[in-house]
Design a binder for this molecule. Structure first.
Ligand SMILES: [Zn+2]
Length: 332
């Protein structure tokens, strides 16, 4: 067996029969010693799992996307609204701060609200997703900027200034091939922005601190991205989250919760019928706590204290650009 990222054969099994996303399923978790990536070895993932997950309103993590989709049209600056709501949109917000009229492709655009927010800033946008249900929603709410397509089937005659894929790469069986396709579609000065769950946020002994397999199939670190960037002749920068304080997160609480649960065996999220396994009592406690820990002065104070514990954030924001760009001198 080889590492799906750096192709090293120095692989160790970190957990056998780890619980899967659905009841009664389990997966062996492997780790690459060289590039610090955890992965499961699967040939294919049945796309039907996303239909089951998306069709359940209480599925953790998915329902909030629909909330953004509904609220975004009422916002004066939709991208700022998204960035303040959730850390995954912050890298795009800071990258685009001083840029206008870019050609942008969003891969895995889901309900299309991020693509729409970029359009509202004057960029030329396209959003693609494999879910016809999500694209139908996007087209009918925001306009004709969306297509049902995989990146490999997307038209090749156009190049982009920016390709965005938030929270997508961890779902893919072959992340390196995905980044190759992105690089092929990039202008000379173009950039790729990716976000994923940050393995470096967790302790070295943690097992699979991301959505259960096969929903997520890789858990990537900064070293994983350095290897991918090197293979593809790209430079890779990581977004600094030190000054970021999201509206829906309390960094200190998240950090302590991560430490508390790091050695706890997770429970499968959904039964095979798609019903959530999460207990109602846990849901209610979360809702009550939310109002206390998300109160702005509490969030900011906790963010400051959190710096004493870690410089990492649970979201890893990666910006890739081509290496060895020749400087363009002005013609005199
Ligand atoms: Zn590796």
């Amino acid at each position: 067996m080889k590492c799906p990222i750096c192709e090293s054969e120095e692989i160790r099994i970190v957990y056998a029969n780890y619980p899967g996303y659905f009841d009664g399923t389990s997966f062996d978790i492997f780790e690459c010693i060289r590039c610090n990536t955890q992965f499961v070895s699967v040939e294919t993932v049945d796309p039907e799992i996303y239909n089951i997950a998306y069709s359940n309103k209480s599925t953790p993590g998915y329902y909030r996307y629909l909330t953004y989709a509904k609220e975004i049209k009422n916002k004066n600056n939709p991208l700022k609204y998204l960035s303040e709501a959730e850390s995954v949109y912050y890298p795009i917000y800071i990258y685009l701060k001083d840029k206008t009229h870019l050609d942008i492709l969003e891969v895995g655009c889901g309900y299309g609200y991020l693509t729409y927010s970029l359009h509202s800033l004057g960029h030329n946008v396209e959003g693609i997703d494999i879910s016809s249900r999500a694209i139908h929603y996007a087209s009918s709410h925001y306009g004709d900027y969306y297509q049902v397509a995989k990146l490999e089937d997307h038209h090749k005659h156009k190049k982009y200034d920016l390709i965005i894929a938030t929270e997508l790469i961890e779902h893919l069986i072959n992340p390196v091939e995905f980044i190759s396709l992105c690089v092929d579609l990039l202008n000379a000065n173009g950039a790729i922005i990716l976000t994923t769950r940050n393995k470096d946020y967790h302790s070295k002994t943690s097992v699979w601190g991301t959505d259960l397999p096969p929903v997520h199939t890789t858990w990537l670190s900064k070293t994983s991205f350095k290897y991918i960037a090197e293979m593809k002749q790209m430079n890779c920068m990581f977004v600094d989250y030190t000054n970021y304080v999201g509206r829906n997160e309390n960094k200190l609480m998240s950090y302590l919760y991560m430490k508390w649960t790091s050695n706890r065996m997770p429970q499968s999220i959904l039964s095979n019928k798609g019903d959530t396994n999460r207990k109602n009592i846990e849901m209610y406690i979360r809702i009550i706590l939310k109002y206390i820990v998300f109160f702005a002065p509490v969030r900011y104070t906790c963010s400051y204290i959190n710096r004493l514990f870690t410089k990492e954030h649970d979201t890893l924001g990666v910006i890739m650009k081509r290496k060895n760009l020749k400087p363009i001198f002005p013609i005199i």
